[in-house]
Design a protein around this ligand. Structure first.
Ligand code: GLA
Length: 730
């Protein structure tokens, strides 16, 4: 309410003052602390003159001059197009029916409306020659200091046009130096943080994989201004992400003036999009935030927005679970599952998830070479049916979840024989297999119906299925659709839209089902998917040591509530690493905790530790799901990884510390500086899940300022030593 009053009052005041200045219109898009200032110049060109800390009276920008000549191209255009004097990478490149490529957009009007915490600004730009209309839409989340921008491109002309580039938006930044942090990786190695000082010309981060688009790079970034590295607590940082689960492209172009233009959008790769007369194309959201307190505040802004708006069911606490995959793989019977359920219940877990291997009769899914597409229960394995297993879990007080991979088909399946035309393909070209499977063509509405049906029918296998793990285990090759005919250019865009169509329908019918987005691990980690999915399977890599790097980087952009993190067996099945069970728990507990092993293989002592860790997690996990993150040490920079989550009222917190490399005795205990606490409050600090604490101060009460500026130095010297500390103030 406070924000509503504030914004209404502010905007009323601004409207009176700003359009009056010398033929220019100043349009501020602002949140509580940040501001994007756009100015429609006398010639109608819309330019971005500021993105950063909030300026009380941005009307001064009406008189602002860049001081640069126009001979070298147009200035910082808010939505740069091919045409006019602009010679940089365009956000919008249109080819018209007459073969010409120029678009010059002129400011027509704008409107602002406030709806509680969200202030929406819509700016209409028009090309008087081609009649193309562009609506720039900005949702400014006041409290979270996040802006979501998308663009609506309307062909108001009489002939179809081709959209060759159609980015969601552009961000123009002006600094002396730009340090870009981005993410690369591969299977079981997603979200590896990488960075570089941007030089002149263009750096591009792009995915052309069709599916699994985020396995090797992520549509997100952080740019540190006037800095040579990403800093946690100081410096100006712009962080952004594209909400799109298909091919994407981020570009960072530093022109000769030193300005940086960041474009984020759907990849134009093989995707010239024909827009018929009268039709509108809506781009995905480009989400961004500005922080003058380093990466930490940028993450907290994005996370707060994600919990409140960006993630399906964000802010909700999801159950701990035992997943059958690494404990049973394809080899199980009903009996195996019931015993796993018994063990999960006995350990205090809250859900059992039956992973791959439960389906297909004629081509039973006993390995990854058969069965995908035939989604009936394999009665040879589970003669009693899914209902029996689910009811058993429910009787034991557990929720029940099940795995599907609805976008895929094995050649060895009835589906492949019945609907060969549904497979992604290109005439005369090899149908390459990957993990022995083909991709179904989600650009085809009939396939969308089929995929919807897989989820819907699976939900009918038992009365109360609480959770679906939606997987997607390969990329697209020889792309093409029998449905699209000559419109193959639409394939990649309509595939991604197809997933969203299906998810929209499913969410209307199943609003409460928890749905995990998995794609061989983190192959579909983006805010487009998270509009419909509650969580991600962060990585198939369950090794707690290498997970430190994946989780640290994932959490720069995505909140901990979406990061599924499981304790698995050692030697780890992916990396071969052997880490202590406590270290594995402590790592998994910094996200959504699960287990993924055969509990029968644990010793009595290990079971006791597991029970203890699960019990304590339940006491503090609301902090992991809804608290603010403060990172205390980066695995990328030193020998420790440490982070904490602090409750919104700053009364409670949980701190996770991990030693990743042996420290010799002379080094002694590393001093971590906690953060986000109330300096004046007294916190009781308790190390959890140990009989003897690693910190001299555990069990005692300490002032917030001591913990933040003094000496929190648990003795964690051996590789894979770790500690979890719970803080509570009166
Ligand atoms: C993918 C997932 C795993 C598991 C297997 C099952 O690799 O990422 O978690 O579900 O498929 O085949």
């Amino acid at each position: 309410m406070k924000y509503l009053q504030w914004t209404v009052a502010t905007f009323a005041a601004l409207f009176l003052a700003w359009p009056a200045s010398a033929g220019k219109t100043v349009i501020p898009v602002e949140t509580a602390n940040t501001q994007l200032v756009l100015v429609a110049q006398e010639n109608g060109v819309l330019q971005t003159v500021h993105f950063g800390a909030k300026i009380a009276d941005p009307s001064a920008f009406a008189a602002f001059r860049t001081g640069r000549g126009t001979d070298n191209g147009e200035g910082p255009m808010t939505y740069p197009t091919t045409g006019g004097r602009y010679i940089g990478e365009p956000a919008l490149h249109v080819k018209y029916a007459d073969g010409y490529h120029n678009t010059e957009l002129v400011y027509a009007e704008h409107r602002v409306r406030a709806n509680g915490n969200v202030v929406t600004t819509e700016i209409i730009l028009k090309d008087p020659v081609t009649l193309l209309e562009v609506k720039l839409c900005y949702d400014a989340y006041q409290k979270e200091n996040v802006i979501c921008a998308h663009t609506e491109i309307k062909n108001a002309g009489k002939k179809p046009v081709q959209l060759l580039n159609y980015a969601s938006g552009a961000l123009n930044l002006d600094a002396d130096q730009y340090y870009l942090t981005h993410f690369h990786g591969g299977w079981a190695d997603e979200m590896q943080m990488d960075g570089e000082l941007l030089k002149h010309d263009t750096k591009v981060i792009e995915s052309r994989r069709g599916t699994q688009v985020t396995q090797c790079s992520n549509p997100s970034f952080l740019v540190s201004l006037n800095a040579e590295r990403l800093q946690e607590n100081v410096g100006e940082v712009v962080a952004g992400a594209l909400a799109w689960s298909g091919n994407f492209r981020l570009s960072f172009e530093q022109d000769e003036s030193g300005r940086l233009t960041v474009l984020a959008g759907i990849s134009p790769f093989a995707s010239a999009y024909e827009l018929a007369a009268g039709k509108t194309f809506t781009t995905p959201d480009f989400i961004y935030t500005f922080s003058c307190k380093g990466a930490g505040q940028a993450s907290r802004n994005l996370h707060a927005w994600a919990r409140n708006y960006g993630v399906y069911g964000g802010g909700q606490i999801n159950p701990t679970l035992l997943n059958s995959w690494e404990g049973a793989y394809f080899t199980f019977t009903t009996e195996t599952l019931l015993r796993m359920i018994d063990d999960a219940a006995a350990m205090g877990l809250e859900m059992f998830v039956l992973d791959d291997g439960w389906f297909a009769k004629d081509y039973p899914r006993n390995g990854d070479d058969a069965g995908l597409g035939d989604w009936e229960v394999n009665s040879a394995k589970i003669p009693e049916g899914i209902d029996y297993v689910a009811s058993y879990a429910h009787q034991k007080g557990l929720k029940f979840g099940i795995w599907i991979e609805p976008e895929m088909v094995n050649p060895q399946s009835n589906l492949a024989h019945q609907h060969p035309e549904w497979v992604v393909q290109s005439p005369g070209r090899e149908l390459y297999q990957s993990r022995n499977q083909w991709v179904l063509d989600l650009s085809n509405p009939a396939v969308q119906d089929f995929v919807y049906g897989i989820f819907d029918n699976t939900m009918q296998l038992a009365p109360n299925i609480d959770y679906i793990k939606w997987d997607c285990n390969r990329i697209v090759a020889n792309f093409g659709s029998t449905y699209l005919g000559k419109d193959q250019d639409r394939f990649f865009v309509e595939y991604a839209q197809g997933i969203y169509n299906v998810m929209r329908r499913l969410r209307a019918k199943y609003p409460d089902t928890i749905v995990q987005c998995c794609s061989s691990g983190g192959g579909r980690v983006d805010y487009g998917a998270l509009k419909y999915f509650n969580e991600i399977w962060t990585s198939d890599n369950t090794d707690a040591f290498t997970r430190a790097y994946i989780q640290y980087a994932t959490n720069l952009i995505y909140p901990a509530c979406v990061m599924a993190s499981h304790v698995s067996a050692v030697p780890n099945h992916q990396t071969g690493n052997v880490t202590p069970l406590k270290f594995r728990f402590d790592m998994a507990c910094s996200g959504r905790l699960g287990m993924e092993l055969q509990p029968r293989n644990l010793t009595e002592g290990e079971r006791a530790l597991a029970d203890r860790c699960i019990r304590s997690y339940k006491q503090y996990r609301d902090l992991v799901f809804t608290g603010d993150v403060y990172r205390l040490a980066s695995p990328y920079e030193g020998d420790y990884y440490a982070l904490m989550y602090v409750s919104q009222d700053r009364r409670r917190a949980v701190v996770f510390t991990y030693c990743l490399k042996y420290q010799n005795r002379a080094v002694g205990a590393h001093v971590f500086r906690m953060d986000g606490l109330d300096p004046a409050r007294q916190y009781k600090v308790t190390e959890l899940n140990v009989n003897r604490s690693s910190w001299w101060g555990s069990g005692q009460v300490h002032a917030g300022d001591f913990l933040m500026n003094g000496g929190f130095n648990p003795v964690l010297l051996k590789t894979f030593d770790s500690g979890v500390f719970y803080l509570e103030a009166d």
